[in-house]
Ligand binder design. Structure first.
Ligand code: ATP
Ligand code: MG
Length: 438
């Protein structure tokens, strides 16, 4: 069977041709072949060749020896780069995660046989001929995910393949072959051997699926997260694979971090639990903080509502806004609206609308926007720097956002004087103040 090659592959044909002209075999492999068949955008173009890495380096002028021990050389050609990997098989695996050795081989079919799923084990020639010894094309058309060989054995070799399986099922809307699903549910505990950083990468890709609700549904049904090295969400009531109704709002959010935030809110995680999960997944600190801030806004609103069933007062709301920052609030409002439309929140529509209005009506959002600064306060009171400055700035900010005073230098100073008479200026900073000064 022959296919029309997409531009990304057409552009790379000269790389194949150069290897062929030197007497080596060379074909496109992996995700690029799969995505071409499905008519999807091809991301990275991988090439497999019978040439050894040193032979590849002899054929091209611009090369980077990216992973010589695995047989991979990056070839730079025109504006693009291509990973060119020598046909190889993998020796015995150590700890369900890495082969002890790789052997270079001469036959393409042997190389394809080491790949995880039949749809990832096809090759395409420079003329667009599909080479498919494991029937990946048929499996793709039938929307089935099959392993190359015995899935239990393949997952035991490399446990990350189980998470990849969930991702492919979700992203390509496939059904797992019964053997694949059985192997995941029976051998899931091997996933504990996989580094949490790699779990993070897979989960991020999973959440970016066009139907993230379906992706999370399958993920929870697989129970893999209970077995990862640092188990995640052990106390979540696991829905069945198809019970994705509660998660349908996720698809309406476009950025992966917003999907994380919404998911954690739906799962009723606290900010602390969220941070703990992100620590386990080795998220970058800033990213973890930004997402958990959205979860914290939700927690704060819900806490207030528990104490008084009416909606949060304007004063409380603006206090939450100035402590959590504009970005977290705007993001939470967007998520809250979606969840509310889905009847997943105890908040009413008009309540969220009110928060939105109050939020947008605020004259300022941060101490830095006050018409007076710390130096001016120090000069005015002839006092040395200390925690009192932040305390006072926060007090002024609160008064401004609650519309008690205007954000105008003289008025702020008059109010500051009143504050000084009433409060011991060495008072400990309160929680909200620490946040603003971060
Ligand atoms: P995507 O790039 O969309 O994440 P992909 O299938 O291209 O998907 P890559 O990680 O780029 O995934 O890997 C390229 C190819 O290498 C795969 O298509 C597959 O053939 C093979 N491969 C990748 N990871 C594994 C693995 N853990 N076990 C076996 N084969 C793998
Ligand atoms: Mg790829």
């Amino acid at each position: 069977m022959y296919l029309q090659l997409p531009t990304e592959l057409v552009k790379a044909i000269p790389v194949l041709d150069r290897l062929l002209a030197h007497g080596y075999e060379a074909v496109f492999v992996g995700g690029a072949v799969r995505d071409t068949i499905l008519g999807l955008q091809v991301s990275d173009v991988d090439i497999a060749t019978s040439a050894t890495p040193h032979q590849v380096m002899g054929v091209f002028e611009r090369v980077v020896p990216t992973g010589l021990q695995h047989g991979t050389v990056t070839v730079l050609y025109k504006q693009s780069s291509y990973e060119v990997t020598t046909y190889r098989t993998e020796g015995t695996y150590v700890d369900s995660r890495r082969p002890a050795s790789v052997q270079f081989v001469n036959r393409l079919e042997d190389d394809l046989s080491r790949r995880d799923f039949t749809m990832n084990a096809m090759a395409l020639t420079n003329e667009g001929e599909v080479l498919d010894p494991f029937f990946g094309y048929q499996h793709l058309l039938a929307k089935k995910l099959y392993a190359v060989g015995d899935p239990a054995q393949r997952f035991e070799e490399d446990a990350l393949r189980m998470l990849r399986a969930i991702r492919f099922i979700a992203c390509y809307e496939l059904q797992p072959a019964p053997s694949v699903w059985r192997a995941i549910t029976e051998h899931g505990s091997a996933i504990r051997l996989i580094a949490m950083e790699r779990v993070q990468v897979e989960l991020d890709k999973l959440l970016q699926a066009q139907k993230p609700d379906r992706a999370v549904g399958w993920l929870l049904a697989s129970r893999l997260l209970l077995h990862v090295k640092e188990p995640l969400f052990p106390d979540i009531n696991l829905p069945k694979a198809n019970a994705t109704e509660d998660l349908s709002a996720l698809a309406l959010l476009h950025c992966v971090d917003m999907r994380w935030a919404a998911l954690l809110i739906i799962m009723q995680r606290t900010k602390e639990q969220t941070l703990a999960s992100f620590r386990a997944l080795r998220f970058a600190k800033k990213r973890a903080q930004e997402i958990s801030a959205i979860v914290e806004v939700h927690e704060l609103v819900m806490d207030h509502k528990k104490r008084s069933p009416q909606h949060v007062s304007q004063k409380t709301w603006v206090t939450i806004v100035i402590s959590m920052g504009q970005a977290a609030i705007a993001n939470w409002l967007q998520i809250a609206q979606l969840l509310q439309q889905n009847n997943q929140l105890i908040l009413e529509k008009k309540e969220i609308k009110q928060y939105n209005e109050w939020f947008h009506a605020m004259p300022i959002y941060h101490m830095k926007q006050l018409d007076v600064n710390g130096n001016q306060l120090m000069a005015h009171f002839a006092k040395r720097p200390g925690a009192w400055i932040n305390n006072l700035l926060y007090y002024l900010l609160q008064a401004v956002v609650c519309h008690e005073i205007t954000n105008e230098y003289n008025e702020l100073l008059r109010y500051a004087e009143m504050w000084r008479k009433e409060v011991d200026v060495s008072e400990q900073p309160i929680r909200y103040i620490q946040k603003q000064s971060e």
